[in-house]
Design a protein around this ligand. Structure first.
Ligand code: PSU
Ligand code: MN
Length: 337
């Protein structure tokens, strides 16, 4: 896909403003850009994943969240590019109708379903057609193809509890290790995962992990605190300076910025933590914990059932991460002049 794509689709070079040529009227083989020409010309792009829409949140909350993320990015002065696979093509930037089509895959009784698409699944899902909701790993890869430097999501995948026997470690982590030039904004990993082991793995894979918590405490998704610490970063401007240097030295792995959930939603964290513990215990008891890529969506759904406030918190932090990613993208653009 790479060769023809580069021939027909002039890319935004790092360090340059996006050109209007970025927006094509005839789609290149394999990839379509749904970005608004006028906006993409001057604004930095922020990629958004789509598994969270197709598999991570229930309908219609998933659509509302995806729309709110796009709005948050725009309000901060950047341009969102939600990435998904539709009918054999990679879409970088979705129309409102396309966004709804992906979201409706999570609607009860809807005939069309989406395939959870990790990095390794991209080709197979494209060949088959239909809808692919791209995970963090797949979205990172496709964002890099499109030379988009910023990416926001809620939580990344990580090392699963019991990975010492199951070997269940999300390919998000290895994708981050290879995502040179990309900065990812998330609220850490859900406590359905093993946070300590996830951080160890990221260190091994040379991913530059930082926290927007002033203490450097790595957030635990619904809670701003995990008990584990990484270097703190003071805000979007400081983050942009680090990104600039990481580009200078061609740091091989991604920058991973962990953004704590907005304070207002922190109080609900305790109750949600109990729901998470119960969901994980159930997944071990009923065998779901051994079902490969089905595990994460199942756990997310179960936590949502056990604790309704978890959904509200989830939406709040995802949208907040999109905003912070966009603010940092704008800061980097300023630094570059
Ligand atoms: N964590 C969340 N919400 C999500 C996901 C993770 O809190 O929606 C999704 C993301 O798309 C992530 C994927 O990339 O699950 C990881 O799945 P797995 O553990 O199968 O690699
Ligand atoms: Mn897995």
């Amino acid at each position: 896909m790479l060769a023809p794509l580069r021939q027909v689709w002039p890319m935004v070079r790092r360090g340059q403003r996006a050109k209007s040529t970025l927006v094509r009227t005839t789609p290149p083989p394999g990839m379509m850009l749904g970005l608004s020409a006028s906006r993409a010309e001057t604004r930095p792009l922020v990629a958004l994943e789509s598994t969270i829409i197709s598999h991570g949140l229930p309908w219609p909350l998933n659509l509302e969240t995806a729309q709110a993320c796009e709005r948050a990015v725009r309000d901060a002065g950047a341009e969102p590019a939600t990435i998904a696979l539709l009918d054999g093509r990679v879409h970088v930037g979705l129309s409102p109708q396309q966004l709804e089509r992906v979201a409706r895959c999570a609607e009860e009784g809807n005939r069309e379903t989406a395939t959870k698409t990790g990095e390794r699944d991209i080709a197979a899902v494209l060949a088959r057609g239909g809808i692919g909701g791209t995970t963090v790993s797949a979205t990172l890869h496709l964002a890099r193809l499109a030379e988009i430097e910023f990416f926001a999501t809620g939580g990344i995948g990580g090392v699963h509890r019991g990975a010492e026997t199951s070997f269940d470690i999300s390919s998000d982590l290895t994708a981050l290790a290879r995502a040179q030039g990309t900065s990812v904004f998330c609220s850490g990993v859900k406590s359905i995962l093993a946070i300590e082991q996830t951080l160890e793995y990221l260190e091994t894979m040379a991913v530059n992990v930082m926290s927007f918590n002033p203490t450097g405490e790595f957030p635990a998704f619904y809670s701003a605190r995990s008990g584990f610490f990484v270097p703190p970063v003071r805000g979007p401007e400081a983050a942009a300076r680090i990104i600039m240097r990481s580009l200078d030295v061609q740091q091989p792995g991604a920058n991973l910025f962990a953004v704590p959930i907005p304070e207002k939603y922190e109080a609900a964290g305790e109750a949600i933590a109990r729901a998470v513990e119960q969901a994980v215990a159930e997944s071990v008891a009923n065998g779901m914990a051994k079902r490969g890529k089905e595990v994460t969506p199942w756990l997310l759904k179960r936590v949502g059932e056990l604790s309704t406030s978890s959904k509200e918190s989830n939406v709040a932090l995802v949208v907040n991460n999109a905003r912070v990613a966009a603010e940092t993208a704008v800061e980097l653009q300023w630094l570059r002049g």
